[in-house]
Design a protein around this ligand. Structure first.
Ligand SMILES: [Zn+2]
Length: 373
């Protein structure tokens, strides 16, 4: 197998790589797939707004249309699940006010999409869900990372039904997913920071939110939740739940990552676990660990419950390389190369083209067809 360094060295000498969809290093063996990233609907389970923050900070006025969309299209990306606000200030463009910062971020994304002249859109309903790969359109599925912005502190005499007013308002503005917690405890449930400190499941408000999200047609997310809450949400939800961006134990052995028990609970709802690329420590090529984890989930609960949470930083992303804890300069590829590397590794492990399509995005597409109105 090519080492990463070698691959990059050669790829620089072949400028057509990616654009023509031809990979000179691809095995010619008949069993290896001939498919490219452009043959699949690619869904990225989690992409933070940080690149927007960086580019606005550097003085760009329309970063999506001018800098980001061309890269996404070259990479064959079809749908990005993007949190537009949530628990941490960086998710709100630095604004420390939960609700105000989240509203500003939501407006920023909608404005940026409006400036693309129809080349980007927001998935709101079933009819927006892509049915074929399309290199001329990138869809956003708007998520929220941590439900603090929809919390209402009930005062005495408060009409109970109004507790869900902010949830419904965000739905009307286009938000279709909410990760119930980030790492911390909130009014809904405990995040993984409470693991080992008496982490508990859903509060009465958390239960109301899940039920209302089910009714509205929203995707319930549990990536950063403590396991007690994940198990309870899986019991309660009457539509598939997701972990958009998490690794699994023992491959990455920290409380942030899911145990087999949590994976099984998510799968029991018909849901998806999106595995995120992380630096494999130089022993593997960048995507081998990701494929190892996909293998594990496939063996445990089936390939229909796998997805990709994040592919890592790419060439062109200002947060790539030294700025990121998750990538080194030598690991950076174009988006096309990242997806192509991943597809080839999956194929080497003998996933069929159909299964690769499910892993790359088909599974998210399937559950959106169940969840959305
Ligand atoms: Zn996260």
């Amino acid at each position: 197998m090519q080492t990463r360094r070698k691959f990059l060295k050669h790829s620089i000498a072949v400028p057509a790589l990616g654009i023509a969809g031809l990979n000179p290093f691809r095995s010619t063996s008949l069993s290896q797939t001939q498919k490219t990233p452009y043959d699949y609907i690619l869904v990225e389970g989690h992409r933070d707004i940080y690149e927007f923050n960086d580019r606005f900070g550097a003085g760009e006025s329309s970063p999506l249309a001018e800098s980001m969309l061309p890269r996404y299209m070259e990479g064959g990306l079809d749908v990005i699940i993007m949190p537009v606000g949530g628990t941490h200030p960086a998710l709100r463009g630095g604004n420390h006010k939960m609700l105000e910062g989240t509203l500003q971020t939501l407006d920023m994304i909608i404005r940026e999409i409006e400036k693309t002249g129809g080349r980007a859109g927001i998935i709101r309903n079933k009819e927006d869900i892509p049915t074929l790969p399309n290199r001329n359109k990138v869809w956003f599925f708007l998520d929220m990372e941590g439900a603090e912005p929809i919390q209402i502190n009930p005062e005495s005499g408060f009409v109970p039904d109004r507790r869900l007013a902010l949830l419904r308002s965000f739905y009307r503005m286009g938000v279709r997913g909410i990760q119930l917690t980030h790492n911390e405890r909130n009014y809904l449930a405990d995040g993984i920071a409470m693991e080992g400190r008496g982490a508990s499941g859903l509060t009465p408000f958390g239960i109301e939110v899940v039920e209302e999200m089910n009714r509205l047609g929203m995707m319930v997310g549990v990536s950063h939740m403590a396991e007690a809450g994940i198990l309870q949400v899986a019991e309660l939800s009457n539509s598939p739940i997701v972990s958009t961006h998490t690794n699994i134990r023992p491959f990455v052995d920290t409380p942030r990552q899911h145990t087999d028990t949590a994976v099984k609970a998510i799968a029991s709802t018909g849901g998806v676990v999106g595995i995120r690329y992380i630096n494999a420590g130089g022993v593997h090529t960048p995507y081998e660990l990701l494929v190892d984890e996909i293998d594990h989930i496939s063996d445990l609960v089936g390939v229909q419950h796998t997805g990709v949470g994040w592919y890592g930083h790419d060439i062109g992303d200002p947060r790539g390389g030294a700025q990121s804890a998750n990538a080194t300069e030598t690991e950076l590829q174009t988006m096309y190369e990242q997806r192509d590397s991943f597809i080839q590794l999956l194929s080497k492990r003998r996933y069929s083209d159909e299964h690769i399509g499910m892993i790359l995005g088909g599974n998210f597409i399937r559950i959106w067809n169940e969840i959305l109105k």
